[in-house]
Design a protein around this ligand. Structure first.
Ligand SMILES: O=P(O)(O)OC[C@H]1O[C@](O)(CO)[C@@H](O)[C@@H]1O
Length: 226
């Protein structure tokens, strides 16, 4: 499994990248507004993220028609070679995904909540598909089992003839709220988990690691003072 950071915050991205395990970044309009992002600085901001991260950086189009999404996608893709255009899973989004993939532009189909949506996204040339976990949990449904269904259904077929350069479509477990969501997504075989910085920090923690470290340090002091 690979990890993407789900944020638009440059400090979080720099810090996570310094840990050596970061494979990419996902952003969305909410995350950009949360850092006080301005409309006319959006492309520059994505460029700054692309300079920090040596991996796919998803930037979302908020357009609603296929022509506008395609136009947006072409502009976003010009920012840096590692930009991935993020598009909602809807009819206009699928049509735009197909057109952009045919031009060699990688697409992350987001707001995916079902197996049929994921299959359509894969056939429309998506390089990444983002099923949301936490938002199912928010409405008292089982987000992880929904994710598992998407992973299994997509894994049953080969979609490489539909994608840019024949690359395999990858499933991004999105809307991740806890380290346990990451564990379960990995056990299900999701290719990537995109996690908020708070979850990434929790992923590295374990009380037995802390306790073990404490006793090693104490015993080493005895060695040093012997
Ligand atoms: O439900 P949440 O926590 O807002 O997460 C939304 C998800 O949407 C995404 O935009 C997925 O494409 C991710 O950035 C994020 O994981």
């Amino acid at each position: 499994m690979k990890f993407f950071l789900d944020t638009a915050d440059l400090d979080e991205i720099k810090e996570a990248a310094s840990w050596g395990a970061l494979a990419g970044v996902t952003t969305n309009p909410t995350l950009y507004s949360r850092i006080g992002g301005k409309l006319d600085d959006f492309h520059n901001h994505i460029a700054r993220i692309c300079e920090i991260v040596d991996g796919p950086v998803s930037a979302e189009s908020v357009a609603m028609t296929r022509d506008e999404i395609i136009r947006d996608g072409r502009e976003l893709a010009k920012i840096a070679p590692n930009v991935v255009v993020k598009i909602p899973t809807m009819v206009e989004g699928l049509a735009a995904c197909r057109a952009l993939a045919d031009e060699g532009i990688r697409v992350n189909m987001t707001l995916c909540f079902s197996v049929p949506q994921a299959i359509l996204a894969a056939r429309a040339g998506a390089r990444y598909i983002s099923p949301f976990v936490g938002r199912f949990d928010d409405i008292s449904e089982d987000g992880l089992s929904q994710l598992g269904d998407v992973v299994t259904a997509i894994g049953n077929y080969d979609y490489s003839e539909n994608t840019v350069n024949g690359e395999q479509v990858e499933i991004i477990a999105a809307s991740i709220r806890s380290a346990n969501h990451v564990t379960q997504s990995a056990l299900m075989g999701a290719d990537i988990a995109t996690v908020p910085f708070g979850v990434l920090k929790k992923m590295v923690q374990h009380p037995l690691t802390d306790r073990g470290l404490e006793s090693f340090l104490k015993d080493w002091e005895k060695v040093a003072n012997a």
